[in-house]
Design a protein around this ligand. Structure first.
Ligand SMILES: [Zn+2]
Length: 567
């Protein structure tokens, strides 16, 4: 998926003679003019919050295989030699080979001596490139939204698993001199992040989402312009939309003390696990503080100062816990953290309450987006049967005021709240509306066009045709006799499933998940499985079985799924 931007100048942090800094963001001039110029009241808090957003942008916890090409080259070399020895059965040949081999060895030694400095220099170059060219890692430039009450910064990680949203009240700024509401991408670089680290509390800081580029004629491009064209993987865009739309779902909320977050991060930094499950288990009992168990060690962290709103005893597990280190810099500044848990293996949201700001870290169910975990979230993208006229009415009402609560939109449109939520849910999935959990009890809907051109939703909806068919199977209730048994560290799911949502033929399914909930084995009686086994990912029946089991583990989300499917 191709994205194009046109920036006037580069984003930078500059200092004037008096020591005041200006953080200038160059907005995308191809989008409707959006600007904001104001002084930041608490530069230090703002700096740390932006640093947390940076941590999200560069986060990549994917498994990186070791480079073994050198080893294989060596092995190939050895094979030739071994073969040569084998062929030389005759003593005479061996005698001939021996001096040649000696000569060869000598030649190799000399070659190593000659080439050694080159290999060392090459390695140094690659190390330098890795450090110097970090900008090449950034996938999509962050998005800034200027609204009548807040300024928001959003970003999504490289590994497609973490979402960051920094939401600043206008009270954080003073002497605002220029403002135009809207959403734009901003030029962003590692150099900008490094310069931001120089910001100090005693030096005034001005935030400048620079309007100058919009006034300049774009007829011909002088040296001040640059136009990056970025090719973003579809799965990245899909991940962004999925994680942000999960915020619209109901969740169990916990309120944790900053020390609790510190203790979680500390335990993870101190120890490394070699085997799964690599999960955090939240043990919630009504009237008691939150307990957090660390697998596979079984340590339990007691959080006596915490609160939660679970009305019955529950245990919720989340994976990819090392991503919580992205919150580390906010711990000393936050007054508390609000955590929203949707269910085991589902996304979670960690919101730091900062003075005048909230930083939300959204985590997908897992830190890796590989096929063995595919399909754990697609059900949340539901089939909606609202009339087109209804959507557009709700959207137009929101577009008028930029930001509104569900109640306000019900009043202006005369529709009931479930219709308004369903309609806006669709726009959230399309990247055109953002849900801001804010600091209030009532979340706010905000107009935010993620991209200049509308996203091709049909293309983005599912990761594979099997995933789309699996959703149809679950919605048609084609699965029956679902059972889950634990076999040592493995979880075995079995069920029978109709071959197609409306057909009568049934198939017996079996799926085995490991302690980290990865698919390790499975069996189905359909054609796709017969031909491909699991080599091209699971068939729609096995994916459907997995989704149905996930929904059982997340009762509140399942209820919402039911409600929404019947809107
Ligand atoms: Zn199948």
């Amino acid at each position: 998926m191709k994205f194009e931007y046109r920036y006037h100048g580069r984003s930078e942090v500059s200092q004037d003679a008096g020591g005041a800094s200006t953080m200038r963001f160059a907005p995308d001039t191809l989008r409707p003019p959006t600007h904001f110029v104001a002084d930041v009241r608490q530069p230090l808090v703002f700096r740390e919050a932006m640093a947390a957003l940076h941590a999200v942008v560069v986060a990549d916890l994917r498994f990186k295989p070791k480079d073994r090409s050198v080893y294989f080259a060596w092995l190939q070399n050895q094979q030739a030699e071994l073969l040569a020895q084998f062929m030389a059965r005759a003593e005479q040949l061996k005698a001939q080979i021996a001096p040649l081999q000696e000569e060869l060895q000598d030649l190799r030694k000399r070659k190593t001596a000659v080439m050694g400095p080159f290999f060392t220099a090459r390695q140094q170059y690659f190390n330098w490139l890795y450090q110097a060219n970090k900008e090449a890692w950034f996938v999509l430039d962050p998005v800034i939204t200027v609204h009548p009450d807040r300024v928001l910064f959003e970003a999504f990680s490289q590994d497609e698993s973490s979402y960051g949203l920094l939401s600043c009240e206008h009270g954080v700024f003073h002497a605002a001199s220029d403002m135009a509401y809207g959403t734009t991408n901003v030029d962003y670089s590692d150099a900008l992040h490094a310069a931001l680290q120089q910001v100090r509390d005693y030096r005034p800081l001005r935030l400048n989402i620079d309007p100058s580029g919009f006034g300049v004629s774009t007829g011909h491009l002088d040296g001040d312009w640059h136009e990056p064209k970025i090719d973003v993987p579809e799965s990245w865009v899909r991940g962004f939309l999925q994680v942000s739309s999960a915020m619209t779902l109901p969740a169990v909320r916990l309120h944790l003390h900053p020390m609790d977050i510190h203790n979680i991060v500390l335990r993870l930094v101190r120890r490394r696990e070699r085997v799964g499950p690599r999960s955090l288990r939240f043990i919630l009992k009504p009237g008691e503080g939150v307990q957090i168990a660390f697998d596979p060690w079984g340590d339990v962290l007691q959080c006596p100062r915490s609160r939660h709103d679970a009305t019955e005893a529950r245990e919720i597990r989340i994976w990819g816990r090392r991503r919580l280190q992205q919150l580390e810099r906010l711990i000393p500044l936050a007054s508390g953290f609000t955590v929203s848990l949707l269910g085991s293996g589902m996304p979670s949201f960690w919101q730091a309450q900062l003075p005048g700001m909230q930083f939300t870290l959204g985590l997908s169910g897992w830190s890796a987006n590989d096929w063995s975990r595919q399909g754990n979230f697609s059900l949340l993208q539901l089939r909606q049967t609202l009339a087109a006229e209804t959507h557009t009415r709700v959207f137009a009402a929101l577009a008028e005021c930029w930001v509104a609560s569900t109640d306000v939109l019900c009043q202006t449109t005369g529709l009931d709240s479930s219709t308004v939520i369903a309609a806006l849910g669709l726009y959230v999935q399309a990247g055109r509306v953002l849900i801001d959990l804010g600091d209030a009890q009532t979340p706010l809907w905000r107009l935010r066009e993620l991209t200049r051109e509308p996203l091709p939703l049909d293309q983005l909806r599912y990761a594979s045709p099997q995933e789309g068919q699996a959703v149809a199977l679950v919605q048609a209730r084609a699965l029956s006799k679902l059972s889950t048994t634990q076999d040592g560290i493995y979880r075995v799911l079995t069920a029978t499933c109709k071959a197609t949502p409306t057909g009568s033929k049934t198939l017996a399914l079996r799926l085995v998940l490991d302690a980290d909930q990865r698919i390790v084995d499975g069996h189905c009686e359909c054609d796709f499985f017969f031909r491909n086994k699991l080599m091209r990912g699971p068939c729609e029946h096995l994916l459907g079985l997995r989704m149905a089991a996930d929904l059982q583990a997340a009762p509140i989300v399942a209820q919402q799924t039911e409600d929404r499917a019947h809107v």
